[in-house]
Every structure is written in structure tokens, then in C-alpha cells.
Write a protein that binds this ligand. Structure first.
Ligand SMILES: Nc1nc2c(c(=O)[nH]1)N[C@H]1C(S)=C(S)[C@@H](COP(=O)(O)O)O[C@H]1N2
Ligand SMILES: [Mo]
Length: 165
């Protein structure tokens, strides 16, 4: 019995340690305006200079959350699929794209959804200004925008990590 308890404590401890490492890693990426792209054990880090070269687009989208009235904003960003294609990861044999924020908020897209034209974007500018970080009262430095997601639940603010699986 005692041995079982000790083993369980060690397992829980190891998991807690690993989660803390990931959290610290993600916080650093957030503060450096980086996005971490994961595919199994492979990890690619994208900086802002590089991301803005992947086919920047400007578009209007309506932000409508439970506690605000709908408001149209001008966003600048890149289609999510551009980043994935740049990485060379082949999503044909994958199911899901998991998008995580620095606060732990997580949203799953299926790969088919990401391939639909003019719908899923990673944005970094709103109304002509770079998005601020969470600490500075913004929704950035990156936010996921899913245009056809009417009430913005899946518009992941403070996006730091994208995992393909
Ligand atoms: N990182 C992160 N993104 C998030 C959330 C969150 O809790 N954390 N909430 C979602 C939900 S449910 C809504 S309605 C909107 C809220 O957007 P707002 O804070 O701009 O009103 O953000 C979405 N994106
Ligand atoms: Mo919400």
C-alpha cells in the first residue's frame, strides 16, 4: 500500500514538473512574440519577423462576445494554413490542430477546417496597431480568428502554441 502511494506521488510530481516546464516555455514564447509549432517531438519556433512574411492579409471581422455588442475591426495577419505549409508538416494524414494560449485556453480545429479558404487566421494587428500582450491589456501578440465562428468563443487570444496531431 505504502509503495503504491509513493509511486503515485512520484508520478504526480513528474507530471507537475513537466507541466511547469511547458508553462514557462510558453510564457517565454508569449513575451518574445513567438509561436511554437509542434508535430510529435518536433518543435519549430516562429518569430514575428518571419510570421509577417507568410502572406500578410488585411480583413474586417466582427468581434461579438457575450459581454460586448458586435463591432467590426480591421485585422492584419496570415492564414493559419500558410504557417503550417511553411513548416513542411503534411496535414493530410493528421486529424487535429490544437491551438493553445498562454492562459491555458485551448481550442481544437479539424484539419479540413484549416484548409477552407478565407476563414482561419493568425492575426497580430487590430485597427492598424500591433496587438498587445495579455500583461499589457491586449489579446495578443497573436490571436486566432475563425471568421465563421459567430460569437468568438474559438478566437484564441494570447496564442502561443499550435500542435498538429
Ligand atoms: N486565451 C483565451 N482566449 C479566449 C478566451 C479565454 O478565456 N482565453 N475566451 C473565449 C471566449 S468564450 C470569448 S466570448 C472571447 C472573449 O473575447 P473578449 O475578451 O475580447 O471579450 O474570447 C475567447 N478567447
Ligand atoms: Mo464566451
Amino acid at each position: 500500500m505504502l509503495i503504491i502511494i509513493i509511486v503515485l506521488i512520484i508520478i504526480v510530481g513528474v507530471f507537475a514538473f513537466m507541466n511547469k516546464e511547458i508553462a514557462i516555455d510558453n510564457l517565454e514564447a508569449h513575451q518574445n512574440a513567438e509561436i511554437i509549432l509542434k508535430d510529435g517531438n518536433k518543435e519549430i519556433r516562429y518569430g514575428n519577423d518571419y510570421i509577417t512574411e507568410l502572406g500578410e492579409m488585411e480583413f474586417n471581422a466582427v468581434l461579438d462576445t457575450s459581454d460586448t455588442d458586435p463591432k467590426t475591426h480591421i485585422y492584419a495577419g496570415i492564414p493559419l494554413i500558410n504557417l503550417i505549409e511553411d513548416s513542411g508538416i503534411n496535414i493530410e494524414d493528421k486529424d487535429q490542430i490544437i491551438v493553445r494560449a498562454v492562459d491555458g485556453y485551448t481550442v481544437a480545429l479539424n484539419t479540413k477546417e484549416a484548409e477552407v479558404d478565407d476563414n482561419v487566421y493568425i492575426v497580430y494587428k487590430v485597427d492598424g496597431k500591433l496587438m498587445k500582450t495579455r500583461e499589457n491589456g491586449g489579446s495578443g501578440p497573436y490571436q486566432l480568428i475563425i471568421k465563421n465562428d459567430q460569437f468568438s468563443q474559438r478566437w484564441v487570444k494570447y496564442l502561443v502554441e499550435i500542435e498538429i496531431r
